[in-house]
Write a protein that binds this ligand. Structure first.
Ligand code: IPE
Ligand code: IPE
Ligand code: MG
Length: 231
């Protein structure tokens, strides 16, 4: 079975650039090319939801120059890819707090989310200024505002940025790091985790297919037992 929801921690742009003795921004630029390819690949493979971790709440700790370069790449991506994404039938949603973003980028991002909101193809989530702890605090605040006194798991889920979507079946992290880095802490409770040494700019459709093949070999038990293991 093809995983319904694939989430990716796109890591390793800086290392990719360093390996080539280039400034880090070149790694980010190449990383955007990978994003474009993987969106198409996911759509062709029949993945329903693709969530890409692009900028974390902790990434503000980076040098201003790098942050500005990342915003500029985001701006170019939105401007150049909006039509193509819409033509592909992609429905775009941003996970994260956009209020800290430069006004022009925020407006453009919100505009593309609005025009693609009725599309029925790939659901593409881009996590921007996203942190799972921030998301939970935000959700709890909203629940209090709504006067919810007896929250259930379903209610909490419905206040997250991923409201209405299924949880990731497969979580991929590139560049060999075995950590979550504050990504989707609630939603990945039962995701299968796949870590590859490939740096994000080098990640290909083939690598995505390899991750899916590995996923297909996993036995998902969700805390229960499979038939053959029952006495
Ligand atoms: C991932 O690549 C992109 C972002 C976090 C924005 P990194 O920039 O973290 O690359 P490394 O980990 O330094 O190689
Ligand atoms: C995770 O990568 C965040 C994104 C991919 C956007 P980082 O490079 O920020 O994570 P750490 O610092 O290695 O944990
Ligand atoms: Mg990194």
């Amino acid at each position: 079975m093809i995983p319904v929801h694939v989430a990716i921690i796109m890591d390793g742009n800086g290392r990719w650039a360093r390996q080539k003795s280039l400034p880090r921004i070149f790694g980010h630029k190449q990383g955007v090319e990978t994003i474009k390819k993987i969106i198409k690949a996911a759509s062709n493979l029949g993945i329903k939801v693709l969530t890409l971790y692009a900028f974390s709440t902790e990434n503000w700790k980076r040098p201003v120059k790098e942050i500005e370069a990342l915003f500029s790449l985001l701006n170019i991506f939105i401007r150049e890819e909006s039509k193509e994404l819409d033509d592909l039938g992609v429905c775009l949603r941003i996970l994260g707090d956009l209020s800290k973003f430069p006004c022009n980028i925020k407006t453009e991002v919100e505009y593309i989310c609005k025009i693609t909101s009725k599309n029925t193809g790939l659901q593409l989530n881009i996590a921007l200024n996203y942190g799972a702890r921030q998301e939970l605090v935000h959700a709890f605040g909203k629940m209090l505002e709504c006067g919810i006194e007896n929250p259930t798991e379903e209610i909490v889920s419905s206040f997250l940025y991923t409201a209405g979507q299924s949880d990731p079946d497969l979580l991929i992290r590139t560049s060999g790091e075995f950590r979550i880095s504050n990504f989707l802490l609630w939603q990945i409770a039962y995701s299968e985790i796949y870590v590859t040494d490939k740096l994000w700019p080098d990640f290909t459709k083939r690598d995505l297919e390899d991750a899916i093949l590995e996923f297909q070999k996993r036995e998902r038990r969700f805390g229960g037992l499979i038939e053959s293991n029952i006495d």
